[in-house]
Design a binder for this molecule. Structure first.
Ligand SMILES: *Cc1c(COP(=O)(O)O)cnc(C)c1O
Length: 404
């Protein structure tokens, strides 16, 4: 520890001095970026293999997105929803079309999209399904990550995220992820929704068993329950398709979107669903001062248009194969498991070698930025603009770190 402190550059210490210690960042201070690369205050370049937890799916400062932001900054940035602005209609129509849903409700952060989904599901439960007042429950999965608000941490199974933040919001039931029988058991006549990540990102890019998502879909349909897919991290091209649910041919009742929707420029999140679900909200029942602001809409509309070309989904699928194949070659050479979809990988290191944190520090020294999750698991989620050569470079650096 002391040795670490001595090696810590002044710029890192400066950044830590007057902030709450709710993060444990790698000791790198970034000052500029382009595409898949970032540059620190000393001019060192790093390949960004985290991409802002998928908020930077299109890379840093994608020219189309930056141009849209610049143009909008010169015209109009905020109206609040008290008035209508000229960027709103296109954004809502095009995002709804991308999702195959009637309506969208724009918010800012992912956690707000999750909160919105919970509120809408409860209202739908009381008004449409006929659940008695105050009795609604929502089923969620063990190992979930849906954000950091007091309600959301109430149903987290990560003690760091949850402990000492009670009293907790009631109305949630937790079942093992990937277990259809447990889910069927947990659903009762007061269940309004099943809220799941189609792939659990923070948990270490955990892919559920084949058939699980279609099974969830079928159970929800049979029992008159909304299937809410939290695609905040898995969606918008990350897994090789627009939505991770698509890969199992599943259409949820509600998509929760965020992260990449803001193009790495502004926080933009949204809930997308059909009129019979999102239509339950009336004026005054939900909102956000910044939600759906002109700058957010201008950038996010271009994000939707980039995705509508299919190019990024294709890149993720094709380059993902290369990334997975390269990393699978390291199983038995320091890696014990490689999983994920597209350009999204969870790696379990041999825990006797080093912790995930240590691996990320060593990768950083080799010019690759990645993030550990739990224990000896690290996650790679490079921008979808990464090239084949850059993927090979990243895999070579992982190999070198594992080789010690
Ligand atoms: C990041 C994330 C969230 C929370 O998003 P914030 O913008 O950090 O509030 C919710 N769900 C999932 C699956 C996420 O990965």
């Amino acid at each position: 520890m002391i040795e670490d402190m001595l090696r810590t550059p002044a710029a890192v210490q400066d950044a830590e001095r007057h902030t709450a210690h709710n993060y444990h960042p790698l000791p790198v201070v970034i000052s500029s970026a382009e595409g898949a690369w970032v540059t620190d205050v000393d001019g060192r370049r790093y390949l960004d293999c985290l991409a802002g937890y998928s908020a930077l799916n299109f890379g840093h400062r994608h020219p189309t997105l930056i141009a849209a932001a610049h143009a909008q900054l010169d015209k109009l940035t905020l109206t609040s929803r008290a008035f209508i602005h000229d960027q709103f209609a296109d954004f809502c129509r095009e995002l709804a079309a991308l999702c195959g849903k009637d309506l969208v409700l724009p918010m800012n952060t992912g956690a707000e999209a999750v909160e919105t989904g919970i509120k809408v599901a409860r209202k739908w439960g009381y008004q449409v399904k006929g659940v008695p007042a105050g009795q609604a429950n929502i089923v969620v999965a063990e190992g979930n990550f849906h954000g950091r608000t007091t309600t959301i941490v109430s149903f987290s199974t990560d003690e760091d995220a949850r402990a000492d933040f009670g009293p907790y919001t009631p109305g949630f039931r937790v079942v093992p992820y990937g277990d259809l029988a447990a889910l069927a058991e947990a659903i009762d006549e007061h269940t309004v929704a099943v809220l799941l990540e189609p792939i659990q990102g923070e948990q270490g890019v955990v892919v559920p068993p084949e058939g699980y998502l279609p099974g969830v879909r079928q159970l929800c349909t049979e029992r008159d329950v909304l299937f809410i897919a939290d695609e905040i991290q898995s969606g918008l091209g990350r897994t090789g398709t627009t939505f991770a649910c698509e890969q199992e041919g599943v259409v949820p009742d509600m998509y929760l979107l965020g992260k990449a929707l803001g193009g790495g420029i502004v926080p933009v999140s949204a809930v997308a669903a059909d009129t019979d679900v999102l239509g339950v909200l009336r004026p005054g029942q939900h909102g956000s001062t910044f939600g759906g602001n002109p700058l957010a809409c201008a950038v996010a509309t271009e994000v939707v248009r980039l995705l509508a070309t299919g190019e990024f989904q294709r890149r993720s699928a094709e380059l993902g194969e290369r990334l997975h194949a390269g990393l699978r070659g390291l199983i038995g050479k320091g890696l014990v498991a490689v999983r994920g979809r597209g350009l999204w990988v969870g790696l379990d290191l041999d825990p006797s070698l080093m912790s995930g944190r240590e691996a990320c520090e060593r990768l950083m020294e080799r010019g690759v930025l990645a993030k550990d999750t739990h224990g000896s698991t690290i996650r790679l989620a490079p921008p979808l603009v990464i090239t084949e050569e850059e993927i090979d470079h990243a895999v070579a650096q992982v190999a070198a770190v594992l080789a010690g």
